[in-house]
Write a new protein. Sequence first.
Length: 298
Amino acid sequence: MFRGISISISFSRAPSLSSPLFLHRQPSAVLRRPPIRRKSKPFPNNSTQVRCFSPTPMMGDTWKPKPTIPVIEKATKPELFRALESALGSSFSSDPISPAPNPLIIVISGPSGVGKDAVIGKLRESRGENLHFVVTATSRPMRPGEVHGKDYYFVSKEEFLDMKERNELLEYALVYGDYKGIPKSQIREFMGRGCDIVLRVDIQGAHTLRKKLKDSAVFIFLVAESEAKLVERLIDRKTESKEDLLVRIATAREEVRHVKSFDYVVVNADGKLDEAVKLVESIIDAEKARVRRKCAAI
Ligand SMILES: Nc1ncnc2c1ncn2[C@@H]1O[C@H](COP(=O)(O)OP(=O)(O)OP(=O)(O)O)[C@@H](O)[C@H]1O
């Protein structure tokens, strides 16, 4: 008797279709329900079978006739919709089944010359305002074509060290004799607006960020298809002195060994920038669709 009662109660509170329990609860309840033995007043149609499939309450005196579902071919969509609601005992919710994903922090790193700026530039074009590229502060001189506040915040060494003292940087490093650092304020501001955040850091920076952010950010490592292609790219860029070139290439050799600390590796092959960008976009989309979502606090 008690088993019968508990089953009928769970039926009377019919889950909405959006409930993940819906598909599992109903059939198992139907299968497990014991035969009903009643001493008095049988149901109007005298059929325990029908009552098993009815979502209306089984206890009490308020027997309601079972709602009928119209013939699909003859009913309009709204008619069917309402009949299904009535049969299940609750209206269908238009609330999103899955809440909006949290803003994501995407850390993009890789050896010098691999194409970090090129990939991020395209990503910004395609994602628009939904993605904020955190402009790094740097004490290195501006290269031809670079814009202050867009590519970097170009500051003096003294200004940079002041920012560091005031704890305004999420991460900073001395790279090839110049300071580079990520201002915290920008991340907080844009995450607050619901934007995904892209951080562009060297391997040293990625290592520090991994320690700070752990698994709350996505770490992507960009590589060229080969060492030779990376060297060609750096030569073609014509922005480094021969001494600088040597240091960057020697460092790149060492850096590719750190790929294991990243979540994803993306090959930015010669002439295939768009493919690399597409893969990065897929990674972002997949990460945002995860059931156990990342939630970074800065
Ligand atoms: N897929 C690609 N095919 C050909 N050239 C590319 C590709 N990706 C980037 N480049 C070119 O390679 C050069 C290096 O790219 P970029 O400056 O973006 O590298 P980076 O990783 O940001 O370097 P750094 O860390 O030294 O600033 C640039 O001249 C860029 O236009």
